[in-house]
Design a protein around this ligand. Structure first.
Ligand SMILES: [Zn+2]
Length: 64
């Protein structure tokens, strides 16, 4: 895996789509939990529009 987390945007947090799993702890992010969104660059690069959004818990799992 060469994917890398990029651009954790939403300064104030957001909510993940239903069923989204936390990137860091792999648990589901519940609708009541705040999440932050970042983007994974696809392997081999690719355009920005090809990036996949990923979510993690805003409080329990801060990005390193
Ligand atoms: Zn988590």
């Amino acid at each position: 895996m060469t994917s890398e987390l990029h651009d954790v945007t939403d300064e104030y947090g957001t909510y993940a789509p239903k069923g989204a799993a936390c990137l860091l702890c792999q648990r589901e992010i519940k609708p009541t939990e705040r999440a932050r969104r970042g983007y994974l660059t696809p392997e081999g690069g690719g355009k920005r529009g090809d990036m996949n959004p990923v979510y993690h818990h805003a409080q329990k799992c801060p990005p390193v």
